[in-house]
Design a protein around this ligand. Structure first.
Ligand code: PHE
Length: 345
């Protein structure tokens, strides 16, 4: 009997000392495993006389039941404690800001180009494309620029041969589009253009334009004004000043230039706007009948407007960059300062 009492005491103290579920498992093996102390007692019952077997059997079974239920209870308590510990140690604060890592973004000129195009596609313009290598015909003749026009001067145009040249503007895309399609049409054509020019803060030999063209019956100059006013407001905000100035282009009649109030000095006059408070942003006008004739459109039936805007000028105003050359030097310090995407209000 005292053996039983000692065994029971041992079991109880083992159980109390167990700190983890694996320690608990070791106790289970120690007593109830294949070579466990209690298992051995139970196994040896067969060798005993019937009277002893009943007596010892009862005690052994009672101890086993006690051990099993104590193990279960303790295991549950320990599991709960371990779970609480894990939850405490591995707590995740989902409100913590993420660790930032550098993300690249598109070049400011590319961003500006696609923003401009997007404004026009939202108005219903489709996107058109044309080659950078053009013939004299598409770049000049079809656009009503006669052979003796100063725009053809070697000083302005990069000629490859007498006939082939790098386009000096995106207007030849007008001709390509009208040769392929009949009215009504509304397109914008973004792209690179080339001019043999001295490079300075506001001039580059390679720059970007977005050409626009709308042709239909009954298109008037007020459609042009409305479209471009809407564009300028989308691009620079609702309160920016703009003005239409009479101008001259061989391929439009009448022609105009659109100036936007200088955002760098709020119109008071600075280096970028040459002190005038205004920055020339685009050329525009009603498509000249001679241009329609070149693509076999009936000038009696159709009218249209066209415009060409300078992307670098817009980017300079938008981002407050005073020297165009900064866009081409690819200095990451500048590129990183330019926001990923600009938006108004
Ligand atoms: N192609 C002209 C330029 O490069 C701009 C323009 C386009 C003007 C369309 C009128 C109509 O200056």
């Amino acid at each position: 009997m005292s053996d039983w009492a000692r065994l029971q005491e041992e079991v109880t103290s083992d159980l109390q000392q167990a700190r983890t579920t694996s320690e608990l498992e070791a106790i289970r093996v120690k007593y109830l495993g294949r070579k466990g102390r209690l298992t051995e007692v139970l196994r040896s019952l067969a060798k005993l006389s019937e009277g002893q077997r009943r007596l010892v059997g009862q005690e052994a079974n009672a101890l086993r039941d006690f051990l099993e239920s104590a193990l279960t209870a303790r295991r549950q308590a320990l599991r709960q404690k371990e779970l609480e510990q894990t939850l405490k140690e591995e707590r995740l604060d989902v409100t913590l800001p993420p660790i930032p890592f550098p993300l690249g973004h598109r070049h400011p000129i590319t961003q500006t180009l696609s923003e401009v195009v997007e404004i026009f596609t939202h108005m219903g313009f489709a996107i058109a494309d044309g080659p950078e290598l053009e013939t004299d015909y598409y770049n000049f003749t079809a656009l009503n620029i006669p052979p003796d026009h100063p725009a053809r001067d070697m000083q302005d145009t990069f000629y490859l041969t007498e006939e082939w040249l790098l386009r000096t503007h995106t207007s030849p895309v007008q001709i390509h589009v009208m040769e392929r399609q009949s009215p009504p049409l509304r397109i914008v054509a973004p792209g690179r253009v080339f001019r043999h020019e001295a490079i300075d803060a506001s001039h580059s030999a390679v720059f970007h334009q977005v050409e626009g063209l709308a042709v239909d019956e009954g298109i008037s100059f007020s459609d042009l004004k409305g479209t471009l006013s809407l564009f300028v407001r989308h691009c620079f905000g609702p309160s920016v000043g703009l003005r239409f100035r009479p101008s001259y282009f061989p391929f439009t009649e009448p022609s105009a230039e659109v100036d936007v109030q200088c955002l760098l000095c709020q119109g008071t006059g600075c280096r970028t706007c040459g002190g005038s408070g205004w920055i020339e942003m685009l050329g525009a006008g009603m498509v000249h009948p001679k241009v329609f004739e070149a693509v076999h459109y009936d000038p009696e039936r159709y009218t249209g407007f066209a415009f060409g805007l300078g992307v670098e000028r817009i980017a300079m105003l938008k981002f407050g960059v005073e020297d165009m050359r900064l866009f081409y030097e690819n200095d990451v310090r500048l590129l990183e300062q330019i926001p990923r995407r600009w938006a108004w209000g």
